[in-house]
Design a protein around this ligand. Structure first.
Ligand code: TXA
Ligand code: MG
Length: 323
């Protein structure tokens, strides 16, 4: 049985006690729910990898309460510092040269860089303050599954493998943080909750693209595998719906099928923020309908659309055999 508690001050205090004792707590952030553990404890971090069945070469994001704290773990200078000042607290993760030695080497997967962010969700910030330590927290789903944007998703996917789930309602952003490597030229490793355009406006230039896996440039190790997979197959850029298909619409393009099939519209008004916030919940719901294929309407690729189309492309990618 998984314990789910509304994220009130008493539950947050209980969660902090669990974390300080080396336990696992799932908690809401503005992007998705995270599976948190004390980032300074090798044993606690090992439990994250076991619960998620995550390969150990895939490093974790370290969450801290404020910018000054991030400086204890990573070199936050120049472009990185400008981005942190502009977007923290918020859905931006910066990959920095690691500094100091307090973070578990398992959390860093042995790399000499560290991914850090200051989340904007009040529950996440209260938990970081109460635990009084950095928290390693990947998305609170089993490796390869859709990220959770509600406490119930966490319980469905990780039930029994986490000591406590703090329920803070639905996540407002709904897609994971944007990851930018600042190890030289700022490089976009993963589109996410902060649109590329906003980051480029602060930098005054374009973000570099992550080189393919064979290149020397950094690539988020977790992005090598196909990811975010529902059980159903996804068919992208659908302009019509086939028999047996469920429908993930955007802006009402496929609304003619709304009463005939399992149907969700990410945003009838065509708003990309609303669409990002609903993306994973709608994928979960359509997947549960049992349809073998989900037809997905075309979605613009600007602003938050870049993160949405990235996640959909991953969900549509050919599956590797379960590891
Ligand atoms: O919004 C988010 O970022 C959520 C919430 C919980 O904060 N977390 C999240 O974590 O999405 P996760 O583990 O699902 O994705 C983290 C990604 C992985 O693809 C990992 O490979 C990459 O960050 N990453 C972590 N450390 C890295 C590093 N030093 N260099 C490059 N990529 C790194
Ligand atoms: Mg994840």
């Amino acid at each position: 049985m998984t314990v789910i508690l509304p994220a009130d001050p008493a539950a947050i205090a209980q969660a902090a006690t669990i974390l300080r004792a080396g336990g696992l707590v799932a908690f809401p952030t503005e992007t998705v729910y995270g599976l948190g553990a004390d980032a300074t404890s090798e044993a606690a971090v090992a439990r994250i990898y076991a619960a998620k069945r995550r390969p150990r070469f895939n490093p974790l994001i370290v969450h801290v309460a404020e910018l000054d704290q991030a400086m204890a773990f990573g070199a936050l200078e120049g472009d990185a510092r400008r981005l942190a000042e502009a977007f923290w607290p918020g859905p931006l993760t910066l990959v920095l040269p690691a500094a100091g030695s307090r973070i578990s080497t398992l959390a860093l997967a042995g790399l000499s860089s560290i991914a850090v962010r200051v989340p904007a969700h009040p529950v996440a910030l209260a938990l970081l303050a109460a635990a009084d330590r950095p928290l390693a927290a990947p998305s609170a789903n089993r490796s390869g599954r859709i990220s959770p944007t509600a406490a119930a998703h966490v319980a469905d996917d990780l039930g029994g493998r986490v000591d406590l789930v703090l329920d803070g309602g639905a996540c407002a952003v709904g897609v994971e943080s944007t990851i930018v490597a600042c190890l030289g030229t700022p490089t976009l490793l993963r589109p996410g909750g902060v649109p590329r355009e906003a980051i480029e406006a602060v930098l005054g230039r374009r973000l570099a693209a992550a080189a393919p896996a064979a290149g020397a440039a950094p690539l988020a190790p977790g992005l090598l595998a196909s990811h975010y997979a529902p059980a159903a197959r996804l068919r992208l850029q659908a302009r019509a719906v086939e028999p047996d298909e469920a429908v993930l619409d955007f802006g009402g393009q496929l609304q003619g099928w709304a009463t005939l099939r399992p149907y969700c519209d990410l945003s009838p008004a065509g708003d990309l923020h609303a669409a990002a916030a609903r993306l994973f919940a709608h994928l979960h719901a359509l997947d549960r309908s049992g349809a073998p294929v989900i037809a997905v309407a075309s979605i613009p690729s600007h602003g938050l659309g870049e993160a949405i189309t990235d996640r959909l492309a991953r969900a549509a990618a050919p599956r590797e055999p379960a590891a």
